[in-house]
Each structure stands twice: as C-alpha cells, then as structure tokens.
Design a protein around this ligand. Structure first.
Ligand SMILES: NC(=O)c1ccc[n+]([C@@H]2O[C@H](COP(=O)([O-])OP(=O)(O)OC[C@H]3O[C@@H](n4cnc5c(N)ncnc54)[C@H](OP(=O)(O)O)[C@@H]3O)[C@@H](O)[C@H]2O)c1
Length: 225
C-alpha cells in the first residue's frame, strides 16, 4: 500500500516477445501480439481512468490511446504523456483524437514555456511535475493524477517508463501479454536498465492469473510483499 492514499492504482501493461522485447532494433512493434491479446488491452484501457505512456512511445508509435471496444466505453480514459521538455509536436493521432478523449502532457517546471503553450494551443492540457533522473518524477506525476480524482492508471510503456515505474516501486500490477516470437537481444527491452547488481534486490512479483489468448499467454502479476 502506498503511504499516499491519493495515488492511483497502477497497472503496467507489457506486450512482448517470448524474450521480453517490445520492438525490434529498428523500433517496429506493431503487432507483436495476437488480435486476441490486443482486444484484451482495449478492455484494460476501457476500464482505466487514465492511460499513460512515455514521450518515446508517443513519438515512435504516434498512438491514439483510445479504448477501441465494442461498444465503446461510456467515457474514454484521460491520455497522459510524460514529456519532460514539452517537446512533442502538437499534431499526430494523440491530437486528432482530442474530440474523443482529453490529453494531459506532464513536463518539467523549467521546460520551454513556448513549447508548453503550443501544446495547449493544440488542445492538450498540461501540468508540471519535478524532474527525476529519467525525466519526470513518476511518483509526483501519479500523485498529480490522484489529486485530480484518477483512481486507476494503465501504463502502456515503453521500456524506459516501465523501468522508472518499477524502480520507484510504483507499479501495483503487471498485465503481461507474451507472443510466441523471439526478437533477440538487439530488440527493445520491455523494461530498460534497473542497475541491479544483486539478485536479492530484484523486484519480485507473484503470478495471480495465467490464460491462453489465441497463440499468446496472458500473465497477471501483483507485487510480492
Ligand atoms: N509492445 C508494446 O506493447 C509497446 C508499448 C509501448 C512502446 N513500445 C515501443 O517502445 C519504444 C519506445 O519506448 P522507449 O522505452 O524508447 O520510450 P518510453 O518509455 O515510451 O519513453 C521514454 C521517454 O519518456 C520521457 N520520460 C519522462 N519522464 C519519464 C520517466 N519518469 N521515466 C521514463 N521516461 C520518462 C523521456 O523523454 P523526454 O526526456 O523527452 O521527456 C524518456 O526518454 C517504441 O519502439 C515503441 O514502439 C512497444
């Protein structure tokens, strides 16, 4: 349990190869997992009040981050991007979906005010949170969402944001979709470096569910206490 009761419940979704990679070395990630897995991810999105990605994913994938379920959810989740410098370009699919779901971009307090204003002019909401070594202090960003009444956040990567969350012990649950392909060590890792030297320090998880989804496996984990 978090000391701060306002912090939302955080689910980290990973859609990976058997060897835990989320993209090829060139960054191609669509689609590693099966249509059945992707449909489950849409349901997870629909059940969350906010969906969060790092700026790297926003730039590489140009995602909409809408919940495409049938029927659509009564309310689309808030889409959140951690973008330290407010450096996203104010167009692309995150922006063209603004008529269907709000977009919140969280940057650093000392980021360029002109860049922030350009994102706001394009229809995004913006907020600031303190800097941390990887970018934005992920716990402060989550607290900010909690203060806005968000109770459940689905974090969809990429690997750098996943590593910050895990390093901060801020992920409550993992939803891991694993496809029967191998991308190799030059593929992008689902969790970037954690700088662990001792196995005893590795964050440990308890599997709470295991299902088959077409050719894939869907594993759910909660933090081992
Ligand atoms: N298979 C899948 O399910 C899946 C899902 C997502 C992504 N992907 C793939 O993953 C790749 C992108 O992932 P990525 O690891 O390069 O990027 P990422 O984790 O999406 O974004 C990392 C960037 O986010 C910003 N950031 C701000 N605060 C941060 C914090 N506290 N921790 C971490 N990052 C923070 C930083 O950029 P600034 O300094 O600019 O703010 C950082 O470089 C793409 O190839 C994409 O296709 C695959």
């Amino acid at each position: 349990m978090h000391a701060n009761m306002a912090r939302p419940h955080v689910t980290l979704k990973l859609a990976t190869s058997l060897d835990g990679r989320i993209a090829t070395a060139s960054g191609e990630s669509r689609w590693i997992t099966s249509p059945e897995s992707r449909a489950e991810v849409q349901r997870l999105r629909a059940a969350a009040q906010a969906v969060m990605v790092g700026a790297g994913t926003a730039r590489a994938d140009d995602p909409e981050l809408l919940a495409r379920t049938e029927p659509p959810p009564p309310r689309q989740p808030l889409r959140v991007v951690l973008d330290t410098g407010f450096s996203l370009r104010p167009h692309g699919r995150l922006f063209s979906a603004l008529d269907r779901a709000p977009l919140l971009i969280i940057g650093a307090p000392d980021a360029d005010p002109k860049a922030r204003a350009a994102l706001e002019a394009a229809g995004a909401q913006t907020a600031v949170a303190p800097r941390a070594p990887a970018g934005i202090d992920v716990e402060a960003a989550l607290d900010r969402l909690g203060a806005d009444g968000i109770a459940a956040v689905l974090v969809e990567g990429g690997g750098v944001l996943a590593a910050s969350l895990i390093a901060a012990d801020a992920a409550d649950r993992l939803e891991w979709f694993r496809a029967p392909v191998i991308l190799g060590g030059d593929g992008r890792p689902s969790v970037a470096a954690l700088a662990l030297s001792r196995l005893a320090d590795a964050p440990a998880w308890r599997r709470v569910a295991l299902r088959e989804l077409g050719p894939d496996l869907w594993e759910s984990y909660e933090r081992a206490s």
